[in-house]
Design a protein around this ligand. Structure first.
Ligand SMILES: [Zn+2]
Length: 242
């Protein structure tokens, strides 16, 4: 079992890296699940400064969103996290983000397909939660669960994204890849028709790489950058929607 201290440390580091990358700001939250105790650890809600989070600020809750300790409750969209942690044994970490490029696919009427080899991890697709609403109750959480199925990520219409992983290292890596792939799609589209990576090529690439190893290396790399980050927004200015 991974200790509570280690989970809190990893969760704060993951969230600070997302902040450094301009992928989380006023909105967005990240969680990690300790199945042995059925405890969810989640970042504090709207308005908290994600760039300076400390492990003691993480909010522990049960699978019904009740805070277990402290006075602060979880973010209002806690059902995103509890629905996934409670139902999927491979969803031990979950990020809900309003990232600038992936969110465009939750707006444009265009299905996401990988355009880079790294994006092949999303070959199974990134389904869309079609309602333009916040996921603030268990019914909506369950609706999201049905839509995402066994996939790595979902788009929330006019809102943002949800990424799930076996651990925070995987969630960090896959969220970075999804953001990069959607950004490149947008940029390449200005040059003309965009070519996507075929199902067959995605599978072949997937068979050649070990996701766990990539995720751990990316984690180590970004942790090293974060350690010497000056805590200023990546763009030099702060935006309501990063
Ligand atoms: Zn949201």
């Amino acid at each position: 079992m991974i200790s509570e201290n280690d989970l809190r440390e990893q969760l704060t580091l993951c969230t600070r890296i997302f902040a450094m990358q301009g992928m989380i700001g006023v909105f967005g939250h990240v969680s990690v699940y300790q199945p042995e105790t059925k405890t969810v650890f989640i970042t504090p809600g709207m308005g908290s400064d994600k760039a300076t989070l400390r492990p003691d600020q993480m909010v522990p809750t049960d699978l019904k969103g009740n805070a277990i300790a402290g006075t602060e409750g979880p973010p209002v969209e806690w059902p995103i996290h509890t629905a996934l942690h409670g139902a999927r044994s491979d969803a031990l970490a979950v990020a809900h983000l309003h990232t600038p490029h992936a969110t465009l696919f939750a707006i444009a009427k265009r299905e996401f397909r990988p355009v880079t080899l790294q994006g092949a991890i999303f070959n199974e697709g990134v389904p869309l939660y079609p309602e333009a609403q916040l996921i603030t109750n268990p019914e909506r959480g369950n609706a999201l669960l049905k839509i995402i199925g066994n996939k790595r990520a979902a788009l929330l219409r006019g809102h943002g994204i949800v990424v799930v992983g076996q651990n925070l290292q995987e969630v960090l890596y896959t969220a970075l890849v999804l953001e990069d792939d959607t950004k490149k799609t947008l940029q390449a589209a200005s040059l003309g028709e965009v070519s996507t990576i075929s199902d067959q090529d995605c599978r072949a690439f997937g068979a050649e790489i070990a996701l766990e190893r990539r995720a751990q290396r990316a984690w180590n790399y970004f942790a090293s950058l974060e350690a010497r980050w000056d805590r200023q927004p990546g763009t030099g200015r702060s935006e309501l929607f990063p």
